[in-house]
Design a protein around this ligand. Structure first.
Ligand code: PHE
Length: 348
């Protein structure tokens, strides 16, 4: 290069090159690369211009340097501008991409819950524990004596036919009722007694409302001066907690060898409030449990003096309560572990 005129030409060429190239740059990395062609201290076109200084006549050197410096400043500004614009564009694009919609419904997580039979069992235990009952869990294999004989049901007693029994041997059987627990408790402990005995029981019985294995909850209270009225008071509290505050009970005479008198307990229909509906078969009442005043013979079998003490006992079928409470019409639904059924049954 020889003089200022030549420089002017080169400057306008470079400016054109820069303005022409800048438009097609897409990101700040491309800006950086493009910029190197002009401003890199070793290979940049603008930086190279300074080296031409020595060929320029002395009196033009000052203007030449000024011209190159102005070009440098101009180019730097152009690159900064485009770099800032592209960075802003990149940031906006990233914000758009990473935008979170806080109004979007959250992903639902499924929560497991206890089996309906376990829920009712726990609910019953809670209700009775608040009335001072202890829990006694007997064993599922019993002797004939505890399951029947001590409960005033000797071998030839017709009441044995009420419960079709799975015998394991002439002496051992699968308990047909949690009542067997009454004898164990009364043998081990003298009155006052207040126990609940939940557990599985077994009977050779199988249809829509019966299963060979089901769950019962036995209650037993023995003390001085216990009567059927105490039983009714307690059962009213029970059904009100389970079926609602406006339910009540009624007793109908029945027969169990180990209670005298014996009763079937009905709860007023919580569905139709006693008017009569499909659930209560038009009667306004639903049978929920068997109960009675502990037979004197049973107390005597356990060395408790029936002249001094009296008591009441009741036995509740837990599946039956679960079916009534959750509107299930086939007991098998409680054992099939079908999630479509179980997911609909959750009090918690
Ligand atoms: N054990 C009786 C049954 O299984 C129920 C019951 C228990 C009745 C306690 C009276 C007293 O049918």
């Amino acid at each position: 290069m020889q003089d200022l005129n030549e420089l002017k030409e080169v400057i306008s060429q470079i400016k054109e090159e820069i303005t022409g190239g800048i438009g097609s740059l897409e990101n700040s990395k491309a800006v950086y690369e493009f910029k190197k062609n002009f401003l890199d201290s070793k290979n940049g076109k603008i930086s190279a211009l300074m080296k031409e200084m020595r060929n320029i006549p002395n009196e033009q050197k000052a203007n030449f340097g000024k011209g190159v410096n102005e070009l440098k400043a101009w180019a730097a500004e152009k690159f900064d501008e485009i770099d800032a614009a592209l960075k802003a564009k990149e940031a906006t694009a990233r914000y758009e991409k990473e935008k979170i919609d806080v109004t979007m419904p959250a992903v639902k997580t499924k929560k497991g819950n206890l089996h309906p039979v376990t829920q009712i069992r726990n609910e019953l235990i809670d209700i009775f524990a608040s009335m001072g009952f202890d829990v006694f869990e007997g064993s599922e294999i019993e002797t004939d004596y505890y399951n029947f004989t001590a409960l005033n049901t000797p071998a030839d007693h017709p009441a044995r036919d009420m419960q079709d029994t799975f015998y394991l041997s002439p002496e051992f059987l699968l308990r047909t009722q949690t009542s067997a627990g009454q004898i164990h408790v009364m043998e081990a402990k003298k009155p006052p007694i207040k126990i609940l005995s939940p557990g599985k029981v077994f009977r050779s019985d199988d249809d829509a409302t019966h299963s060979p294995m089901f769950t019962q909850m036995e209650g037993l209270v023995v003390d001085k001066g216990i009567t059927l009225c105490d039983l009714q008071g307690m059962l009213n509290t029970l059904v009100q907690k389970i079926f609602g505050a406006d339910t009540t009970t009624r007793f109908r005479p029945s027969y169990f060898p180990f209670t005298e008198p014996s009763v079937e307990v009905d709860v007023s229909c919580f569905e139709c409030k006693g008017k009569g509906c499909r659930l209560c078969k038009g009667t306004g009442w639903i049978e929920v449990l068997g109960a009675g005043v502990v037979n004197r013979k049973v107390l005597a079998n356990c060395d408790i003096n029936p002249d001094e003490y009296s008591g009441f006992a009741f036995g509740i079928g837990i599946e039956r309560l679960a079916m009534l409470k959750y509107g299930i019409n086939n007991i098998k639904m409680l054992y099939e572990s079908d999630l479509r059924v179980l997911e609909q049954i959750n009090d918690n």
